[in-house]
Structures are given as C-alpha cells and as structure tokens.
Design a protein around this ligand. Structure first.
Ligand code: ATP
Length: 257
C-alpha cells in the first residue's frame, strides 16, 4: 500500500510485505505504535481502500475483481468517524436499524420483522435494551460504541473490523464492551473479528491471534499466546516490555531495570 506524501513529494509505503490470513472464527488483535499502519490495514480489509500493489482477498473475493458494494455488505466496520455521520435526532434503536439497510439515513419502512427482531436481540446483547429510545447523540461514548457495533452486526457480517473500539472509554465502559465481545464470540463462533488497540488490557479473553505492526511491516503474527509475549511486543513498540497474562486477560508495562 503506497501513498503520495505531499510534504516530501515522494511516494512512501504505508504497508509493506504483509502476508496475513484471517480465517473464519479467528479473533485477531492488531497492535502497533502510532502510525504503524493499523487503520490503513483495516481500511484495506474493509474494502474501503484498494492496495496499490499486492493482493487483498476478502471473504473469497479478490479486490479489484469484485463488486465492492456487495462485499461491504458482508463486512462490519466500525471506526472512530462512523458515529458522527448519523443525524442527531436518531434514537439508538434507529441507528442500530440502519445496519439492516446499510445506510446512514433511517429507512424504517424498509425493515422486515426479522430485521427488527435481530436488532432487538443485539440491543439486548450489547446492554442497550433500556436505551433504545434515547437519542444516539445524547449517549455516552461507551453507549455509542456499543450501539455502532450492534448496528454493524444486524446484517450478519462474516468479518467484523473494529478500529480502536475502546478509545475514550472509562473502565466500566471498557469492561462492558469486552464482556459483550466475549459473548459475541460464543454466540457467533464463525465470525472473524479484527480489533485494533494500543493497550493489551483492552483485549477480549476470546482473542485467538495477534498481528504486531511497526512502520507498516509485520513484526510478528500468529497465535495470541506466542505473539502477545515480551520479545515480540518489545520489538513492536521499541521499548522493553513485560507482559502478564492473568485470568485470560493481558497487560503490559515497561520491564524493570
Ligand atoms: N492519506 C494519506 N496520505 C499520506 N499518508 C497517510 C495517509 N493516511 C495515513 N497516512 C500515514 O500512514 C501511516 C499509518 O497511518 P495509520 O493511520 O494507518 O496508523 P495507525 O497505526 O492506525 O496509527 P494510530 O495508532 O496513531 O491511529 C502514518 O504515518 C500516516 O501519517
């Protein structure tokens, strides 16, 4: 993936030599320092951007040789900008319903009974049942994040991409979202999930794999137990780190001495 750098007038690789496969049911953590390329990689995986070189195959479709609109219907992608796109008067339930129509605007008349049932089930699964009639714009950041993830699941995607879903959440907000993601892993075991974050404390217990990026390249990729370890994370962040795993959760801090 190459981008034109206006400042230098040069082309620079934003992602380079990445050979990464995500299979059904795998739940990946995507980690790396600021500017490592996490968002860029997720926009490729979401079929939002096209690679300038190399091949991207998503859900059996090769980018550049497929109808991206139809492909995007099978992908749930939640990034930091999504929430700001909804009209302020929409309720949480209406925002979640837009997942069925694949729109930002509300088209309630197009919803089937099954769509409404699924949306209600997801509102409950993400702890939003009592908030269905609240204006989305009035919700806390954590509530909005959960509503957007619920929205992205209404159309039963096979790939869920979450770009820094914990950004701005307090500890209870983080823990509520983590519990919802762990439940989702149990209720939809075939769903592939990729979640980017800066903090190991924000990884669901159900994480199965990790990809560590640094300066657009993969430092390590593989099973969570081997990849989320002292040496790979030290190489990724350029700081000697010690990783602790307790009750399935990870945390990291600078190594002493
Ligand atoms: N449209 C663009 N044109 C030029 N450079 C870009 C463009 N988009 C991103 N970049 C650069 O690509 C690099 C990777 O950006 P990206 O947003 O993917 O990183 P990230 O790992 O998600 O970072 P962060 O953790 O800070 O969100 C950065 O150096 C960024 O400045």
């Amino acid at each position: 993936m190459w981008r034109w750098q206006r400042e230098s007038g040069m082309r620079r690789a934003l992602l380079d030599r990445i050979d990464w496969h995500v299979r059904a049911g795998e739940r990946w953590a995507l980690l790396g320092p600021n500017g490592a390329g996490k968002t860029t990689l997720l926009t490729l995986a979401a079929a939002v951007e096209f690679p300038s070189r190399g091949t991207v195959e998503i859900l059996g479709c090769t980018m550049g040789r497929t109808d991206v609109q139809r492909l995007r219907e099978r992908i749930g992608f939640v990034d930091a900008r999504l929430g700001a796109r909804f009209a302020p008067m929409l309720t949480v339930r209406q925002v979640v319903h837009t997942g069925a129509t694949g729109t930002i605007g509300s088209f309630e008349e197009r919803l089937s009974g099954l769509d409404r049932e699924r949306a209600d089930m997801l509102l409950g699964a993400f702890g939003l049942g009592p908030l269905g009639d609240r204006r989305f714009a009035d919700c806390s950041q954590g509530e909005r994040k959960r509503a957007l993830i619920a929205r992205s699941l209404v159309a039963r995607p096979r790939l869920l991409l979450l770009d820094e879903p914990f950004a701005g959440l307090d500890v209870p907000g983080r823990e509520t979202l983590l519990a919802a993601l762990d439940r989702l892993a149990g209720t939809d075991p075939g769903l592939a999930i990729v979640l980017s974050t800066h903090h190991l404390e924000e990884l669901p217990v159900s994480t199965t794999h990790a990809l560590l990026l640094r300066q657009g390249r993969a430092v390590a990729a593989g099973g969570a137990a081997e990849t989320l370890a002292d040496d790979p994370l030290t190489a990724c962040f350029g700081l000697r780190l010690r990783v602790i795993r307790q009750a399935g959760r990870w945390s990291a801090a600078a190594a002493a001495g």
